[in-house]
Design a protein around this ligand. Structure first.
Ligand code: SAH
Length: 384
């Protein structure tokens, strides 16, 4: 295996528990192809193996200590361990491998009933695609495995964007269970790998406290709207700018025997401004927007956007009403998110109680040493 030396700064990051090694943290490495490399210090002492990406700023991702063979059996054992960690999850839609959170950098594997969808997000990982596909087949035995390798981050690795079947058959819509509901993912064309699994536990939390009139802003396929109806809401106003997403929601509502959804195709910012000026109030408001900050420079604007939505969302609450609010922008860190909520609460004129601090579900393990594994921040608030 090719050896690459790593600078003291890079070594320090590894010791701090972070597996990423940047271009500038490596010694000479011209001409090395994507794949497994052995990391060494300046004296040639082995520091373990890593996935090497010749074009990405994150040039290597640490995998295993020196002396551990990273072969087909290793990938199988790692993916099996990840699957075992999800043993108690009853929902047939859940994440099976969460990248660094499961010690498998740049690999995502999601399960929707008997279908699996994976994303291989680095050039190094692509070099062992066969071993990963075999391991997924062995551990999950799905009817089919789709590779949703169309994520934009693949551009940074100079990998093509493509969606291909690794084996078996993949339907246009894949049914899966979440709580008491049967939902449908769109593995070929949907957001992420076909649904927002990271909110799985939050969908159920919000479903449990729903009553009366509820509002689901940025509803997509109804991840929150449907459990709210199931949980006892009389009416759910479900808003998204995508008419197609709303049609999927309506189909799922019918399939689950749920009535009371009012779909609204609109821009959430415009709608909420008008609504807050009107007199309708809601017992539960959900705000789950897309990532507004894709990088550090857009953080300030993103926070202004979150604040505007949350401020209006708070004003729309009935007395005693709940606000469930989330941000999936990694660059908006927890402290900033809660600071934004405090400002929104102050400006809204409502007294907001922090009922619960939330994040992604347990199937999206977050490592304390790798903050990137915990991008989703959320809070359950109550107007007192
Ligand atoms: N709450 C959903 C996931 C939401 S994803 C769940 O739990 O499953 C974000 C959604 O916001 C997408 O469906 C997208 O179509 C929608 N969206 C993006 N910008 C919007 C805007 N300005 N107004 C309304 N919806 C928007």
């Amino acid at each position: 295996m090719t050896s690459v030396s790593i600078t003291p700064k890079g070594q320090a990051r590894l010791r701090a528990g972070h597996p990423w090694i940047y271009r500038s943290d490596l010694g000479r490495h011209d001409g090395i192809e994507a794949g497994l490399v052995r990391l060494v210090d300046e004296r040639g002492k082995g520091l373990g193996s890593a996935l090497f990406s010749p074009h990405s700023e994150i040039r290597a991702r640490w995998l295993a200590p020196e002396g551990v063979a990273v072969d087909a059996a290793w990938w199988l054992a790692m993916i099996r361990a990840a699957a075992l960690r999800r043993r108690g999850i009853a929902d047939s839609g859940h994440r099976v491998v969460h990248t660094e959170g499961d010690g498998l950098p740049s690999l995502i594997v999601d399960r929707y009933g008997d279908v699996a969808v994976a994303q291989l997000l680095s050039a190094g990982l692509e070099s062992v695609r066969g071993q990963i596909v075999d391991a997924i087949r062995e551990v999950l035995a799905p009817a089919g495995l789709l590779l949703r390798n169309d994520a934009p981050v693949r551009d940074k690795e100079r990998l093509p964007r493509e969606t291909t079947i690794a084996f078996g058959e993949i339907p246009k819509r894949a049914a899966y269970s979440e709580g008491a509901l049967t939902l449908e993912a769109a593995p070929w064309t949907g957001q992420k790998t076909g649904a927002y699994l990271d909110q799985r536990e939050n969908h159920q939390l919000v479903g449990r406290l729903a009553s009366g009139r509820c509002l689901d802003l940025f509803c997509y396929h109804g991840g929150f709207a449907l459990p709210m109806l199931k949980g006892g809401a009389r009416e759910v106003v479900a808003l998204d700018s995508s008419g197609e997403a709303l049609r999927v929601l309506e189909g799922s509502a019918r399939a689950n025997g749920l009535s009371g959804v009012t779909p609204v195709e609109a821009d959430a910012f415009d709608w909420v401004r008008d609504a807050a000026a009107g007199s309708d109030r809601y017992d539960v408001v959900v705000i789950d927007p897309p990532a507004f900050a894709k990088d550090k420079v857009s953080v300030e604007r993103a926070i202004a956007g979150y604040k505007e939505l949350n401020l209006r969302g708070m004003r729309l609450l009935a007395s005693g009403g709940y606000l469930f609010t989330a941000s999936c922008s990694y660059h908006v860190h927890r402290g900033m998110f809660f600071g934004m909520l405090a400002e929104a609460a102050a400006d809204s004129g409502r007294r907001m109680q922090l009922v619960e601090i939330r994040g992604a579900g347990a199937d999206h393990p977050e490592l304390v040493t790798v903050p990137e594994t915990g991008y989703l921040k959320a809070a359950l608030l109550r107007a007192t």
